[in-house]
Each structure stands twice: as structure tokens, then as C-alpha cells.
Design a protein around this ligand. Structure first.
Ligand SMILES: Cc1cc2nc3c(=O)[nH]c(=O)nc-3n(C[C@H](O)[C@H](O)[C@H](O)COP(=O)(O)OP(=O)(O)OC[C@H]3O[C@@H](n4cnc5c(N)ncnc54)[C@H](O)[C@@H]3O)c2cc1C
Length: 399
């Protein structure tokens, strides 16, 4: 499955990546992780702290799936607002899920700080603005819901926004506690660290399950075999195992990185910026002075190979940046298009197979895929070690 096309930005920022050998032997382990993207990396990191024999296999190279197209915004606020989740799930579950997302951003910071190399993790506020006057009541409702449940958020009116930025919007929320990261560096550094802690890593190893007995499940690649007591599928958008009620949707989305600037005047504290319109436009800055912007999602489950489609959308994204910051003299330096998976109800697919307690899924669907992957890694660790997690019910696969 082709996951993206175009000129990706992140691989250029990190050249010293470690290589891992192909599986060419017969091995056994306690936990097998299938997939070496953000979800697999965070699962490997979490399990590397425990006396569990863990193996991770990636069919191509580490971080080469959709995680490398990721724009690296780490936000607790979801594509579905808290008040919308409350209407669908009820107050208790919705608030608990939002709190899990806040904690996941904190946990991602802990992970980043545990690594030997920097991964450009920086704490940022997020500006979530009303795209039109009609969206202001929705934003006000969201502010009330967040405030009621003690989330750290400020309401900004037109004048407050004007003082902080060079653009005018009818209203906005400024949420605290978010962050940005270089996802490519993050995955590679996490995997390197997990490998040093004893997790066996194999690249260019595509696995198929071939059977099981009471003790083990058996997997086979072209050149090797693995017997595993448990398996975590962190295979990204390649599998939607329970697609009936909560179904996954695959769309495509566009992103660009710009030429660098020495500074970002009138962009208060380089916060993450997004909006209430759907599909939304969003942008962030990078450590080397670029702007990464994304959006223009299309309900098409296919990545175009034509350069002209990518170019057309990259111009539109650049134009959006200039509508916000007309004084910035920037051009497009990288432009890409990628598949993007979402679940119908806005919640991730995390947890135990409903009929097989040895099989787990950690699938990073959604605009907050990295935050969801962190929640998934912790939750699956609990399900493996303690056979329970108090929040597993919210995101369970057969919900
Ligand atoms: C343009 C774009 C922007 C995004 N921006 C953000 C953002 O700002 N913030 C955010 O939180 N999220 C964002 N996301 C979402 C985020 O990228 C995903 O949620 C996340 O990367 C998914 O990680 P993953 O590990 O689940 O999948 P992947 O990175 O795709 O990893 C899965 C891996 O499994 C491997 N695999 C599959 N089958 C097998 C097999 N049988 N054997 C061995 N290996 C196998 C694949 O090769 C792949 O490397 C964005 C996504 C896109 C496309």
C-alpha cells in the first residue's frame, strides 16, 4: 500500500539512522511487535523497561511508514471537540479520554527526556481559532466544557488575537500543555534506545501468522520464523481489523515545509495553530526556522503519483500561510501527500482482540495519532502485565 508521495521533510533532518538486520533465524519471545512506526516504537520503549523478551519486526525500514509523513504536532485536543465527545460518549468517558490525551503528551515528554539524542520535543500552546463567526458559539461551548473539567485553556476574543498575531479571527481558544516533536528523529532514537535495552529489532522482515498452539503463536517471514507468546499489531493504516461499527476511513491529506526564516514575528511563542473548519488547516514551526503546514484533506483513499497535484495543493497551503502572515517571505521547500486514517467515532483502535487474549492492536488512527500511540503503548503494557487497564473499555476494539 502506497502511504505517501512527494518530498518528505523529516528524513532530511536526521541522517545517522541505525540499520537493523533482517530476520534469518528461528527465535522465540514473550512479545512480538509487528510494525516499526510510531506505535511500534512506543510499545517497544514501554516494554523495554520490563523483564519481557520483546522482538520488533518491520517489513521495510524503521519509521518508513506513515509516521514519516507526520507533521509532529502533539495536542490533547482532538479532531472531535470535548463537548462533541460528551454528547456521544457521555461526560465521564469523554472527559476521561481527554485527560488520557493530556497525560499522553506528558508521557511523550518523559520518553523524549529519557533518550540519549535530542528529538526536538518542545512544549507549545495551541491556538484553536474560529474559522468564521458561525463557529464562535461552538468554540464558546468547547471553552465551557474544557474549563468545567479543569483543562488549562484561555478564551481569546478578536482583540486579544490581534495583539498576539498578525491575523484577525473572530475568537480562539489557547490550550496549554501541548508540544511539537520531530517524529522521524523520535522513532529512530526510541528504537535505538530500546535495542540497547535488549529489544531485538529486525528490518526488511514481513511477517505472516502461520498457526498457534497452547504456548505460542507462530510467524514466518521469507527468511526466518518467530514463536511469540503474545503479539502487538502496530501496522498502521495497513490493517483495519474491526471495521464494522467503529470503522476506519482512509483519506488523503497534504503538507508542506517552507524555506527557513530567522524569526517568526507576530506568531506568539511559535504556538501550534489550527481551526474549527473541517477539514482544517494547521501549522507549526520547526527548530531550523521553517513552517510546516497541512490540511486540504480529500475523501480519496489513494495517494496520487502526479507531481502536479502535489504542486497545486502545496501552492494552496503556502497561500494559507501568507493569509495569516503576509509579512513572511517564504516559499515551499518540501511538499507531500499522504494517506490519513480516521475512525468514525474519533477514538483510536487500541486493545485486546475480543476473541483472542494473546493478540493486541495499537493503531494510530486520527490527527492525534502519536498521542493515541502513547496511550496505546501504556494500555497494552498494562493488559499484558496486569491483564487489565481501567480505561481500556473506552477504546476497546469491539466497542
Ligand atoms: C500528513 C500527516 C500528518 C500527520 N500529522 C500528525 C500530527 O501532527 N500529530 C499526530 O499525532 N499524528 C499525525 N499524523 C498521524 C500519525 O502520523 C499516525 O497516527 C502515526 O504515524 C501512525 O503510526 P503507526 O506506527 O501506527 O503507523 P506507521 O508509521 O505506518 O507504521 C506501521 C509500520 O508497520 C509496518 N508493517 C505493516 N505490516 C507489516 C507486516 N506484516 N510485517 C512487518 N511490518 C509491517 C509498515 O511497514 C509500517 O512501517 C499525521 C499523519 C499524516 C499522514
Amino acid at each position: 500500500m502506497k502511504l505517501y508521495n512527494g518530498d518528505l521533510y523529516w528524513p532530511e533532518t536526521y541522517k545517522h539512522i541505525s540499520k537493523y538486520k533482517q530476520l534469518n533465524e528461528v527465535i522465540t519471545c514473550d512479545v512480538l511487535i509487528v510494525g516499526g512506526g510510531m506505535s511500534g516504537a512506543l510499545c517497544a520503549h514501554t516494554l523495554s523497561k520490563l523483564p519481557i523478551k520483546t522482538v520488533l519486526v518491520e517489513k521495510e525500514t524503521i519509521g518508513s511508514g506513515s509516521s514519516t509523513a507526520n507533521t509532529g504536532l502533539l495536542q490533547y485536543a482532538n479532531d472531535k471537540m470535548l463537548h462533541e465527545f460528551i454528547e456521544k460518549l457521555g461526560e465521564e468517558k469523554a472527559v476521561r479520554f481527554y485527560k488520557l490525551c493530556v497525560k499522553a503528551v506528558d508521557d511523550l515528554e518523559v520518553v523524549a527526556n529519557e533518550l540519549a539524542d535530542p528529538v526536538d520535543f518542545i512544549r507549545r500552546d495551541s491556538l484553536y481559532y474560529a474559522s468564521s463567526e458561525e463557529d464562535v458559539p461552538k468554540l464558546q461551548k468547547e471553552y465551557d466544557a474544557l474549563k468545567k473539567h479543569q483543562f488549562d485553556v484561555d478564551y481569546l476574543d478578536k482583540n486579544a488575537i490581534k495583539k498576539m498575531f498578525s491575523f484577525e479571527k473572530p475568537a480562539a481558544l489557547l490550550t496549554k500543555g501541548d508540544a511539537e516533536v520531530n517524529p522521524f528523529k523520535f522513532i529512530h532514537t526510541i528504537i535505538k534506545n530500546a535495542h540497547q535495552k535488549g529489544v531485538r529489532i529486525y528490518e526488511e522482515t514481513e511477517l505472516q501468522e502461520i498457526g498457534s498452539d497452547e504456548e505460542y503463536m507462530y510467524f514466518q517471514s521469507e527468511t526466518g520464523k518467530i514463536a511469540a507468546k503474545k503479539v502487538i499489531y502496530s501496522t498502521g493504516y495497513e490493517s483495519i481489523p474491526f471495521a464494522k461499527k467503529i470503522g476506519g476511513k482512509l483519506n488523503r491529506t497534504y503538507a508542506i515545509a517552507t524555506t527557513p526564516l530567522p524569526a517568526f514575528p507576530n506568531w506568539t511563542e511559535n504556538c501550534l495553530i489550527w481551526e474549527t473548519k473541517r477539514p482544517y488547516f494547521y501549522m507549526r514551526t520547526t527548530k531550523d526556522g521553517r513552517i510546516i503546514a497541512g490540511g486540504l484533506d480529500e475523501k480519496i483513499n489513494e495517494v496520487p503519483s502526479s507531481k502536479s497535484i502535489i504542486e497545486k495543493h502545496s501552492k494552496l497551503l503556502l497561500q494559507k500561510i501568507k493569509e495569516h502572515f503576509p509579512q513572511y517571505n517564504v516559499d515551499v521547500s518540501h511538499a507531500w501527500v499522504a494517506k490519513f486514517g480516521e475512525s468514525v467515532d474519533g477514538l483510536p483502535f487500541i486493545g485486546q482482540h475480543p476473541k483472542n487474549d494473546r493478540v493486541f492492536y495499537c493503531l494510530g488512527y486520527g490527527g492525534n495519532g502519536t498521542v493515541y500511540s502513547m496511550i496505546g503503548a501504556q494500555m497494552i503494557k498494562d493488559l499484558i502485565v496486569y491483564q487489565s487497564n481501567p480505561d481500556a473499555e473506552i477504546v476497546r476494539l469491539d466497542r
